[in-house]
Design a protein around this ligand. Structure first.
Ligand code: SF4
Length: 428
């Protein structure tokens, strides 16, 4: 259980140009599976509906827990009608889906929606529907205000004021913030229970199971993109623990170790609890390491997972990060992982997509992690790519997912090697 070292001061290339990244609506794709009695009603345009439909296309046969209320172009004078339309959509939705206990109105960026005060609309509907057991909250997933994973941050931050107040006499509890697939959450819950730590998770699986919070709450982030949520939790008196993120064997051990120290767990007990899952993770990683070792990798800014993943790949898989770009570099959240990155890695915050692509072309890394829209052009130029969205949608946290996480990076390298083997010999 070594304490994370202080991050050295590193130069950071700050770019403020054109961005190529999904908007915050994308978070609905994983959030709607997590809170099982919630519904996400996007107030937006046909573009928003298409984005969700294609990003969550796999849900086509299920009864989805999201939809888009399409707001057509209206002038300001027509806004009263928009509120009426919205109320009508909500009434029809709740009549059809009586299982909904938590309704999120999600803002988007078309100008007609920007004119609407969704917070006010949510509070009006909340007052009306609360007695019937339905809470209504609002947050923005607009592409103007949020990138990709920031939608989850905005959603969880909107939930924080709803968390019940923990009584002052309550013993300290851990709150793990950030949505994790249920299987991963269950694994962590078992590990915390074995360590004797009482842990809650945000978001909960059901709207009625919101964890209580107060000055005795210690918060451990499971995702690095929750700046707004962390600030809101601190505003409720909780204390934030700073730790590397739980990727791979070492990252997960360090993350659990920060919580264990904060709760005064006996180091011997900690070592006993993590020994077996850590050994399993190391065995799983060893299978992929020969393929990954020494291979150069660049990350274009997308999900804010880039720095912790680069730490995992460098420290645990022997890869060589060339450039690690992230939409935002929060020293506070990324510091423990940054401290473990090799020196010489080029760090970039923000995006100027053309310049970044030029650097990728000049660096020619073995693998580039980027958004869907940039992957095909880079592949066409002979560069192997990994879609960053897969890293957000797949179970990748914790000891038992370490091997799968390494495999996600090994697979495109194997595919490219196979394609190269099939390519005809150049003419003499
Ligand atoms: S919120 Fe904005 S960026 Fe996102 S899909 Fe809708 S129109 Fe596009």
């Amino acid at each position: 259980m070594n304490a994370p070292a202080l991050a050295p001061v590193r130069p950071v290339l700050r770019e403020r140009g054109q961005r190529e990244v999904f908007c915050g609506l994308t978070g609905i794709v994983w959030l709607h599976r997590k809170i099982q009695d919630a519904f996400f009603l996007v107030v937006g345009s046909r573009t928003c509906a298409h984005l969700l439909q294609s990003a969550a296309g796999v849900m086509i046969f299920a009864e989805p827990r999201f939809a888009t209320a399409i707001i057509e172009e209206k002038d300001l004078a027509g806004l009263a009608d928009v509120h009426e339309e919205l109320d009508g959509v909500v009434a029809r939705l709740l009549a059809r889906r009586p299982d909904i206990r938590l309704l999120f109105l999600v803002g988007s960026c078309p100008s007609e929606v920007i004119k609407l005060d969704l917070d006010k609309a949510a509070s009006r509907l909340d007052q009306r529907l609360r007695a019937g057991g339905v809470r209504v909250l609002a947050y923005s997933g607009s592409g103007i205000e949020t990138t990709f994973t920031e939608g989850e941050d905005a959603c969880l931050a909107a939930l924080v004021p709803e968390l019940p107040e923990a009584g002052s006499g309550r013993s300290p509890r851990l709150l793990v913030a950030g949505s994790l697939p249920d299987i991963v959450e269950d694994q962590f819950a078992r590990l915390f229970a074995d360590l004797g730590i009482a842990a809650d998770f945000l978001p909960p699986r059901r709207a009625g199971a919101l964890p209580a919070i107060g000055p005795g709450t210690l918060v451990l982030l499971a995702q690095p993109f929750l700046g707004g949520t962390a600030a809101a939790l601190e505003g409720r008196g909780a204390k934030l623990l700073e730790a590397p993120f739980p990727f791979g064997a070492r990252g997960t051990e360090a993350w659990l170790g920060v919580a264990a120290r904060a709760f005064g767990v006996d180091p011997q007990r900690f070592a006993e609890v993590v020994a077996a899952p850590r050994a399993r993770a190391e065995r799983a990683l060893a299978r992929h390491r020969p393929l990954l070792e020494g291979r150069r990798i660049s990350f274009l800014p997308d999900s804010q997972l880039e720095i912790p993943l680069a730490r995992f790949l460098a420290e645990e898989c022997g890869m060589v990060p060339v450039e690690v770009g992230t939409p935002y570099l929060h020293q506070r959240f990324h510091g423990p992982d940054l401290a473990r990155l090799p020196s010489g890695v080029r760090l970039a915050e923000g995006q100027d997509v053309e310049r970044q692509l030029d650097r990728v072309r000049a660096d020619r890394p073995d693998l580039t992690v980027c958004g869907l829209g940039l992957a095909n052009p880079l592949e066409a130029e002979g560069l192997a790519t990994k879609w960053s969205i897969e890293l957000v949608f797949s179970p990748v946290h914790g000891f038992d997912q370490a091997g799968d996480l390494a495999e996600l990076f090994a697979r495109p390298l194997v595919r490219r090697a196979r394609l190269a083997a099939l390519a005809p010999e150049p003419a003499p």
